[in-house]
Design a protein around this ligand. Sequence first.
Ligand code: PRP
Length: 178
Amino acid sequence: MQNDVGKVLYTVEELQSRIQALGAEMAADYKDKNPMMIAVLKGSFVFMADLVRAMDIHCQIEFLAVSSYGNQTTNTGAVRLTKDLTCDIADRHVIVVEDILDSGLTLNYLMGYLKNRQPASMEICTLLDKPDRRQANVYAKYKGFTVPNAFVVGYGLDYAEQYRNLPYIGVLKPEIYE
Ligand code: PRP
């Protein structure tokens, strides 16, 4: 699997160091607020596991799953919820956890969906931000890294459902997806 990676963008150590800092910042901001951490499956499962362990405060863990119609190049913005929350978020402090903010269409839909459930507050934490491809105006208060417009995989991020188990984030060799 690792032979398919052309370049390492963030090593295991770089990811851990950034996530520890992000977790400490969020723990300070949410101390005594028992935030509801909502990870958007599948891509965020690895990041979520490390992020919550970097936060030394009480918090709750929830998962949502969505699928978008069409592929990345023909994304129409239509998003379908495939797994809903299992608890009420009214009057709770919500943090939506994503692996990557790309066009913004997924989070734009989800923030609208969650807002209807009347949380006390709602912020986004994304490991990666790829601003070059933004189509929807989405604000992420917490960000790990800003990435270039390249095909990134690993640490939860996939190409054709593969590479999610790569422990670091890399860019695939072009011959893999061309
Ligand atoms: C990725 C990622 C976000 C979304 C971001 O999910 O996890 O949910 O794309 O893209 P956007 O900003 O252009 O909407 P993907 O659809 O690849 O599913 P996955 O999480 O199961 O890998």
